[in-house]
Design a protein around this ligand. Structure first.
Ligand SMILES: NC(=O)CC[C@H](N)C(=O)O
Length: 309
């Protein structure tokens, strides 16, 4: 098997030279400013090693990767009752689509599309002020990464709130069906802020390690979720983690993943490692273009797949 210490720098160099980088998300004005030439990758192995290459220590907007953390928290809070309000099927539609919501009576297809994540955020708001709910999410991520330096980029959150008409439409629609317990303004305030959390590839890889290690963080020894719950979160990542590009990601990369429009992707090799990659340019499904390509090359080089031992 290839050595990661050699594979990662070679991959970062190859990606730096590519010109087909995709388009940086421009519907959130603050994200438009990001340099498309950035590329970073970090692999946190279950044996404790963390190997990085490129811009792996530069913080970027995690965006929808936060949906993986909020889902984990909401399952901890309400358990399987969550599934009465959100489904577990791939949507086959863009992340911000509204079309299925009318037919399906305001129940979003899964927790990783925007509508589903807004419901999950609404669950986390129960019994809290928005500020407390947000603090809980941020502290959970800091705890997972064992890093108190992780923070919210308030300019990104404000920028998204100012232009988030589609998310307001989704939230209002679900509220009309009775699937949102708080005013859309409150649920979205928390949602925009958790999407605007800024993290580096290193921090992200470390924060997702519990998913590669049957629910327990191998670095800190902390138990985060049960082994069964970790498997189920991974199943949702594999089937729904890349919106309407989820099938293609499973086909090409062969591991569960979760992307965000900031250009980050988390990938999990169960029993082996968690991976974070960042390249801001996106493909037609809103997933990092070079990030997906780099993960495909990495899993191939390392012979990593959930479809083989
Ligand atoms: N795919 C994403 O990363 C989308 C998240 C973004 N905050 C939005 O709601 O549109």
């Amino acid at each position: 098997m290839a050595e990661l210490e050699e594979v990662l720098p070679a991959l970062a160099e190859e990606m730096a030279a590519r010109t087909d980088r995709g388009e940086v998300a421009d519907y959130i004005p603050q994200l438009r400013k990001i340099d498309p030439d950035r590329f970073g990758i970090a692999v946190a192995l279950n044996d404790g090693r963390v190997i990085t290459a490129g811009d792996a220590d530069e913080a970027f907007s995690i965006q929808s990767i936060s949906k993986m953390f909020t889902l984990t928290l909401a399952l901890g809070k309400v358990g399987d009752a969550l599934w009465r309000r959100v489904g577990r099927e791939p949507s086959g539609n863009p992340f911000n689509s509204i079309v299925q919501l009318e037919h399906e009576l305001g129940i979003p297809r899964n927790p990783f599309i925007n509508a589903g994540a807004i419901v999950v955020t609404d669950v986390l708001l129960a019994g809290h002020q928005p500020r407390e709910a947000l603090g809980e999410i941020l502290r959970f991520i800091q705890f997972l990464a064992d890093d108190d330096g992780i923070a919210i980029d308030r300019e990104v959150a404000a920028s998204e709130r100012a232009t988030g008409y589609r998310n307001f439409a989704l939230a209002n629609y679900m509220r009309a069906f009775g699937n949102l317990q708080h005013e859309p303004e409150l649920a979205l305030g928390v949602y925009f802020h958790h999407c605007a959390i800024a993290m580096s590839c290193r921090q992200l890889a470390l924060s997702a390690q519990f998913l590669a290690h049957e629910g327990r963080n191998p670095a800190t020894g902390h138990s985060v979720v049960s082994a069964e719950r970790a498997r189920r979160i991974l199943a949702l990542m594999l089937t729904c983690g890349h919106y309407d590009g989820s099938g293609d990601f499973a086909f090409r990369v062969g591991i569960p993943g979760k992307s965000g429009v900031g250009g980050g992707i988390i990938g999990i090799v169960p029993g082996v490692a968690s991976i974070a990659v960042w390249s801001p340019g996106l493909n037609e499904n809103g997933n990092s273009r070079l990030g997906s390509i780099a993960l495909e090359k990495l899993t191939k080089a390392m012979n990593w797949s959930v479809f083989a031992p």
